[in-house]
Write a protein that binds this ligand. Structure first.
Ligand code: HEC
Ligand code: HEC
Length: 406
């Protein structure tokens, strides 16, 4: 056995022991797929928030002038479950000049200039507003849509828990695997920040902030949190009157009320999958795809004091298989969002819960098989990827049986 392999196995076991021995684990959060509330709100309220999330908007409701799609659920819906992922991708472009990342200014056919924005919306409500990537941009990145299921539990993980995990990760791996926890602004708590955890770049800490961001940037609809239109060309609504707060409140409440995507119990119970879970652990995958997290106690104030963790989300053990940290695993997309220059070529470890209903993988959706996705791991995950290459065909099959049960 090569030294690095043994080293990683030992470190992996040490890390799990350190992290698991801390305290008795609280009860598991409710898991599964389907359109069921986790108890944060009653089922009727959940259904009505879900309808808001799935409502198809048009120009009269504020869509555009620049947009990617016309409802949240058009990009977040799969396997009969509103809030799951989808195949939809979006485009970001930028410049990397003299060692510095620069967002582009994009001139629309109307002559209007959309300033300082890497997102290129793929659609518009009129030809004069249609965006295209400037020919001279030298950074291009596609981003696959992410599931939002169970995100209320992730939001309820204390900032300090993610930071403490990060410190132990760096120590136990002697700096070889050392994620970045970034402080990001919370739109609903002006001037306040928290540890980012949502999006491929961990660009948000709060689901309400993400809702306002997605409403504006994916759909072109303003809100009191982000009141300015991205472009005025062909905008038919009064630019001084943002859309109401109600919509983004419903989106955030819907996402907070989703149950966590749990494993298929029958598939996970199979001996192959159980053996695969051990291969996963032994190969060092759990270093970043960490299975066990606890949410904060009921009544804990988060998101800069704007949200109090309610009973339904509090004191729960969840199994997201992520550390919510940004890592350089050799696939960096060169885009800087809220994480500063150090985040340019890092991506957040994607949670692996719900993997069995995903078909294409990685931030760009360019991997069609798990083998492809795992083989692309380099950089901080190089040792792990080498461990994967050394697995016997049988061990590999076990690993896939495990991953496909999640
Ligand atoms: C055009 C497709 C599209 C639409 C429409 C869309 N999203 Fe997304 N969503 C994405 C993509 C792509 C990502 C990953 C983006 C990234 O990280 O760069 C994402 C990520 C998210 C995340 C982060 C999930 C996580 O766990 O990390 C949340 C939350 C979210 N979207 C909420 C919404 C809400 C709310 C709406 C409606 C207002 C919406 N989205 C509309 C494509 C879309
Ligand atoms: C150093 C941290 C790290 C380690 C170790 C690691 N991963 Fe990852 N993993 C990541 C990051 C970061 C990504 C996202 C990369 C991207 O999108 O370009 C990722 C992506 C993935 C994906 C794609 C998930 C999706 O939804 O698209 C799978 C599957 C995966 N990893 C499995 C594994 C397995 C199996 C191992 C062990 C052999 C492993 N990873 C080891 C950090 C890690």
């Amino acid at each position: 056995m090569p030294r690095i392999y043994i080293g990683l196995v030992l470190i992996g076991i040490a890390l799990s022991v350190v992290l698991l021995a801390a305290a008795p684990q609280p009860a598991d959060a409710p898991v599964g797929l389907g359109n069921t509330t986790n108890g944060l709100i009653d089922q009727a309220t959940y259904d009505s928030d879900k309808d808001q999330f799935a409502e198809v908007e048009d120009v009269s409701k504020g869509i555009g002038p620049l947009f990617n799609d016309v409802s949240c659920a058009n990009c977040h819906n799969d396997a009969g479950t509103v809030g799951a992922g989808s195949q939809n991708k979006e485009l970001r472009v930028a410049y990397f000049r003299n060692g510095a990342f620069v967002n582009p200014d994009i001139t629309l056919p109307s002559g209007e200039v959309v300033r300082n924005r890497s997102l290129v919306d793929l659609r518009s409500t009129c030809a004069e507003a249609h965006q295209s990537a400037p020919e001279d941009t030298n950074v291009r990145a596609f981003r696959l849509s992410l599931p939002v299921l169970g995100d209320g539990f992730i939001e309820a993980i204390p900032d300090a828990a993610i930071q403490a995990f990060r410190d132990r990760q760096c120590q136990t791996s002697r700096g070889r695997i050392c994620g970045l926890a970034i402080q990001v602004g919370i739109l609903e708590a002006a001037g306040q920040t928290g540890v980012g955890r949502f999006g491929w770049k961990a660009q948000h800490r709060s689901l309400l902030s993400f809702s306002a961001d997605a409403y504006l940037n994916e759909m072109g609809v303003t809100s009191p949190l982000l009141p300015s239109e991205v472009a005025t060309t062909c905008n038919t609504l009064d630019p001084n009157t943002p859309n109401s707060q109600d919509d983004i409140d419903s989106f955030a409440q819907f996402m907070r009320a989703t149950i966590a995507p749990g494993p298929d119990p029958l598939l996970l119970a199979r001996p192959q999958a159980q053996a695969g879970a051990r291969v996963f652990q032994r190969s060092g995958c759990a270093f970043c795809h960490f299975p066990n997290w606890q949410t904060a106690a009921s009544g804990t104030s988060i998101n800069g004091g704007t949200f109090t963790v309610p009973d339904a989300l509090a004191n729960k053990t969840i199994h997201p298989y992520s550390d919510f940290l940004l890592h350089d695993v050799g696939t960096g997309d060169g885009i800087v969002q809220n994480g500063g220059d150090a985040s340019r070529n890092r991506l957040r470890t994607p949670p692996l819960w719900g993997l069995r209903i995903r078909t294409i993988f990685m931030h760009d959706g360019n991997s069609a098989t798990l083998t492809d996705a795992i083989r692309r791991h380099r950089g901080e995950a190089a040792a792990s990827a080498q461990n994967f290459q050394r697995l016997s065909p049988q061990e590999e099959a076990w690993l896939f049986a495990f991953l496909r049960s999640l």
